[in-house]
Design a binder for this molecule. Structure first.
Ligand code: NOJ
Length: 550
């Protein structure tokens, strides 16, 4: 593989709205990100993915952009953005912005012009279609619930497509004029010194416009027609035009046949966030116990690596702003403790690929279940709630499911210290702080060398250690103990190093056959490593990163 600077990425994702407010309006801002750059540097991250800070009416917290060349006033100004890029650079950190180009906001000037004249220039920037038999053009369901089509005001039988909310009309990537505008905008941002982009919902850019109705898959008569708007044939042709920028695509389900086109040497992206291994939740009745979920997770991780097979770099992550917190997602309550919390990130941190952490993950932030549906604020949550009720669930059942699955858990404000509102704001936070902040916060963990925060720093330092980094980046991956339930283990090997990564999700630990000779214990969530001549004992939820003899 040809070496690139970004292979060394240890990324840190920031959801700016919930990171740090500096002007008391209850909303996190760019100055707040600047305030904490030293902490991100101390963690060892060298890339920040900033969730959208562009001008937006905030129907989907910035994933609905109304001006691609402006910063939303709630986050600050263009000057703040430039300062952030410069201050980050001083610390060896590059900034990735979150580019949302599958759709714009309905408040974007293009869409406003399109509404005035759906058959003119800007109408062609979006997807307008005639309805059929007095209904929408077809029965695709939006990813956020309800029809994927919305009637154009003032027309009897004209609709526009939105695979997310109706305030997020899809852009028409078949139109070269639109593509040019977007590429120009990307170049302007790159000129400001960005490291690159995370590309939102990118596998949806290309659609298969066969307007037949599909068999309904729910009581609403719609069909979640994913195969018609995700990873559709021809997608790579559109994306290739973007390949000069450093890009990490949000890419749902990259198949074996897509690898070359998507992240190969001449692929469309540097890397992708794929969700195969993050979809599940231990509280889903399908699992009900930590070990069963871990075994499946292990199999999925290794399967994904096998598919890529050294042809490109996956992006390994556990959390983001669209998922509940990883401790609650992977570990049953009875399995949650400081050992298992430290073990969890080690499971994928040393796999081939780049890595990303999400704000608050490094201190073990947790889900924040609500007492009532009114406690949530995200539009899609309410759409899910309505669907569950329509499917016959009671209010309590629907709430339970949402409390388990909601992406809003990861959006509670960052818990900096034990002062009012966790030090996030001097005002009223836009979304309530998790009440556990008096105990669980950054400052408390900073004072405790045994804390999760310190462990994350050690973990990043091991990965970035000069004499090991190349092995973690380009060394061979050898899965180990693959058939032992409750063990997730692998080896990374090249001519310089042989590193064994061992983790267990077993509450009683396990003794494994072991023939390696340990040279150095690089990382351990216990004080002891119980390795004998022929066996190694993994203590409950232990993780070990061992440099062993070649
Ligand atoms: C994926 C983003 O991560 C999510 O937060 C957003 O709601 C959708 N794309 C729509 O842009």
């Amino acid at each position: 593989m040809e070496k690139k600077w970004w292979h060394k990425t240890v990324g840190y994702q920031i959801y700016p709205k919930s990171f740090q407010d500096t002007n008391g309006d209850g909303i996190g801002d760019l100055k707040g990100v600047i305030r904490h750059l030293d902490k991100i540097e101390k963690l060892g991250a060298n890339v920040i993915w900033l969730c959208p800070v562009f001008a937006s009416p905030m129907v989907d917290n910035g994933y609905d952009i109304s001006d691609y060349m402006d910063i939303d006033p709630s986050f600050g100004t263009m000057e703040d953005m430039k300062e952030l890029i410069a201050e980050a650079k001083k610390r060896g950190i590059r900034i990735l912005m979150d580019l949302v180009v599958n759709h714009s906001s309905d408040r974007h000037a293009w869409f406003q012009a399109a509404l005035q004249d759906p058959f003119g220039k800007y109408g062609k920037y979006y997807v307008f279609r005639e309805g059929k038999d007095g209904k929408e053009p077809n029965n695709w369901r939006s990813i956020f619930g309800g029809s994927a089509w919305e009637k154009v005001p003032g027309y009897d039988n004209l609709y526009y497509l939105h695979i997310f909310t109706k305030e997020q009309p899809d852009l028409n990537w078949e139109n070269p004029e639109l593509r040019e505008e977007i590429y120009e905008m990307i170049l302007k941002w790159m000129d400001l010194g960005l490291g690159g982009f995370r590309l939102d919902a990118i596998s949806h850019l290309k659609k298969n416009y066969q307007y037949t109705n599909l068999p309904p898959d729910g009581p609403d008569e719609y069909n979640m027609a994913f195969e018609y708007f995700n990873n559709v044939d021809g997608l790579a042709d559109i994306l290739c035009e973007m390949k000069d920028a450093l890009t990490i695509g949000e890419y749902d389900h990259m198949g074996p046949e897509d690898v070359e086109d998507v992240i190969g040497e001449n692929g469309s992206f540097s890397s992708v966030f794929d969700f195969c291994h993050t979809l599940d939740n231990v509280r889903n009745p399908k699992w009900g116990n930590t070990v069963a979920l871990f075994d499946d997770y292990r199999d999925q991780l290794f399967a994904a690596q096998k598919i890529v097979d050294g042809r490109g770099m996956l992006c390994n992550f556990l959390e983001n702003h669209d998922k509940p917190r990883s401790i609650d997602r992977f570990l049953m309550p009875e399995d949650q403790n400081l050992y298992s919390e430290k073990m969890l990130p080690v499971t994928n941190f040393f796999l081939p690929g780049i890595v990303f952490l999400y704000q608050g993950q490094e201190i073990g932030m947790r889900d924040d279940p609500k007492q009532s549906i009114q406690g949530f604020v995200d539009k899609p949550t309410f759409a899910i709630y309505d669907r569950l009720i329509a499917e016959g669930k009671t209010d309590a059942e629907a709430l339970e499911q949402i409390n388990c699955e909601s992406r809003e858990h990861s959006r509670t404000p960052m818990q900096w210290d034990a002062s009012a509102e966790a030090g996030f704001t001097t005002g009223t936070p836009w979304f309530p702080v998790n009440k556990n902040y008096t105990e669980l916060n950054y400052e408390a963990e900073e004072k405790d060398p045994d804390s999760l925060l310190w462990f994350y720093r050690k973990m990043v330092a091991v990965r970035r250690r000069e004499d090991l980094e190349e092995t973690f980046l380009y060394g061979t991956l050898i899965p180990e103990y693959e058939t032992v339930s409750g063990v997730l283990a692998y080896r990374r090997k090249d001519e310089k190093n042989n590193v064994l990564i061992l983790t267990t999700s077993l509450a009683d630990g396990i003794t494994l056959p072991f023939t390696d000779t340990i040279e150095e214990v690089l990382l351990n969530n216990y004080d002891t490593c119980e390795a004998g001549e022929e066996t190694i004992r993994l203590q409950p939820y232990q993780c070990l990163v061992l440099k062993v003899k070649e």
